[in-house]
Design a binder for this molecule. Structure first.
Ligand SMILES: [Zn+2]
Length: 251
């Protein structure tokens, strides 16, 4: 290709390379930057019912999925309490150690279950260090990847063992939310919570509603470790472990 042609294409008809473009006039420095705003509002909600006391026994946990009869619109998945060695598990992506533990515990759960655990743990509605959770989609739709939309409601029943009697304490739990909100979600969630509570109360072995505080020792106070499952936060006077339901052996 002839050299002349290349020069002309460079846009310099004189052929010289030295002519610098004229410097632009100096701009005044602005006192404030012109900002482009970025914002994301996330909105999550959850509701939990009173506890229902169920006669303790070896088979009572197996009854949890049946308490979602007529309410679940997806497969029901039972999530066991986390291994005691996972002490700081949390669904927080920037806290990598916490996130790694959480994924180790729940990474194989379904998208619906992971969404449910994320919302319910974020809002402190359940505690997977000792709760067993049986959950499913209860209302709304999933996106093409299988994750619940913000307007969907997930939930189920969360259970732990009563530390003084060894009964199983079961609560109805619902949660929802994400990038958006709908006006009627709260009302729908209340209705679902009520129907699930009725299911729990009608299940066999139900001894009725009970007022039970969260199990475990007072934070910062004395606690003992379960000899059976290693759960470290058992109340010093507990007769049963809230996580595994076994009788405590006090020295
Ligand atoms: Zn235990």
């Amino acid at each position: 290709m002839p050299l002349e042609f290349l020069r002309r294409k460079g846009g310099d008809p004189s052929g010289s390379k030295g002519a610098a473009p004229a410097a632009p006039p100096p701009q005044p420095v602005p006192e404030e930057a012109v900002a482009e705003d970025h914002q994301l509002r996330l909105n999550y909600g959850a509701k939990t019912s009173n506890g229902v006391r169920l006669q303790g026994g070896p088979n009572v946990l197996a009854a949890l999925p049946r308490m979602l009869d007529g309410l679940a619109i997806s497969d029901i998945e039972v999530i066991q309490p986390r291994e005691t060695t996972l002490t700081i598990a949390s669904p927080s992506i920037i806290r990598t150690q916490e996130a790694a533990e959480w994924l180790h515990a729940h990474g194989d759960a379904s998208p619906v279950s992971r969404h449910a655990l994320y919302v319910l743990e974020l809002l402190d509605a359940i505690d997977l260090t000792y709760d067993t959770f049986a959950g499913a989609m209860l209302d709304g739709d999933v996106d093409p990847a299988g994750y619940p939309e913000y307007s969907a409601i997930v939930g189920g029943v969360a259970a732990h063992w009563d530390e003084s009697t060894g009964d199983l304490i079961v609560r109805a739990v619902v949660g929802w939310g994400g990038r958006g909100a709908r006006g009627d979600t709260d009302r729908t969630a209340n209705r679902l919570l009520g129907r699930m509570l009725a299911n729990i109360l009608e299940s066999s072995g139900s001894l009725g509603l009970t007022a039970v505080d969260r199990p475990g020792a007072v934070p910062g106070g004395p606690s003992v470790t379960c000899q059976h499952c290693g759960y470290p936060n058992v109340h010093p006077r507990a007769v049963y472990c809230p996580k595994c339901g076994m009788r405590m052996l006090h020295a």
